[in-house]
Design a protein around this ligand. Structure first.
Ligand code: MG
Length: 240
């Protein structure tokens, strides 16, 4: 708050039990809950019904808590590379995903929030890698509760153009993650490659009004690197 930060993105694990604590901690503060970062059990594209059920149950608990906290949405990944057995990457799996997302989207709207698909880089999740692909799933879901996001860290590997990625997400873009572009630390810690101007320009043109969250570590002393990163991000936003 002292550095002008206005959002906090907690992990979703155990969130239902932390609603009171978080509300109390943020009462009267400038800082609001932004998105909720995953935290569910199981995964939506498991071939095992029990694993899919675990995902659905825990995801719905997090969605309800996210709604109580006024969050912009709960971030989810359809399947990490390590999660097996997974449904094959086929049309029928995509159809299944969309059908299930519609149900989650309906529930999220009832709770006053959304579900947010996050594309990751291929080392973490081959299933969903590009922002435009996530956006096309949102478009086909035709559900106000189903959104997507872009993470500059993953976009560095997977999206040939930052501006193209955000532009393609259009009205479905609900959240953004940022980190340094070579080592996933504080923006600026990797030097000249930490350039976000192209993406920021498009976000400004789109009238993007949601959060840009830091999702990263730090190589240096955080008392220095955090304010430096905020300054870099703000100056590049202004330049864009
Ligand atoms: Mg991320």
């Amino acid at each position: 708050e002292n550095h002008g930060v206005v959002g906090l993105e907690p992990n979703g694990a155990g969130l239902a039990g932390r609603v009171g604590e978080l509300k109390e901690a943020l009462r009267g503060r400038e800082v609001k809950i932004s998105a909720i970062c995953a935290g569910f059990g199981g995964f939506i594209l498991s071939e095992d019904q029990a694993v899919r059920d675990e995902f659905d149950r825990t995801m719905r608990e997090i969605i309800a808590a996210a709604g109580e906290l006024g969050s912009t949405g709960v971030i989810m990944v359809p399947a990490f590379n390590s999660q097996v057995p997974v449904m094959p990457h086929t049309q029928s799996t995509r159809d299944y995903l969309i059908e299930r997302l519609r149900l989650l989207g309906d529930y999220a709207r009832q709770c006053g929030t959304t579900v947010i698909l996050e594309p990751l880089n291929r080392k973490e999740a081959f299933y969903l890698r590009q922002v435009a692909d996530a956006a096309s799933i949102c478009r086909d879901a035709k559900n106000e509760g189903v959104k997507c996001m872009g993470d500059f860290w993953h976009m560095t590997s997977e999206d040939p153009s930052d501006s193209g990625a955000f532009l393609s997400a259009g009205p479905y873009l609900q959240h953004v993650h940022i980190a340094s572009r070579a080592t996933r630390n504080m923006p600026g810690e990797d030097g000249a490659v930490d350039n976000y101007v192209d993406g920021f320009r498009t976000l400004k043109q789109m009238g993007y009004a949601n959060y840009v969250s830091f999702e990263c570590g730090s190589k240096g002393d955080r008392m220095q690197t955090v304010p430096a990163a905020l300054e870099l991000v703000r100056s590049q936003w202004k330049e864009a």
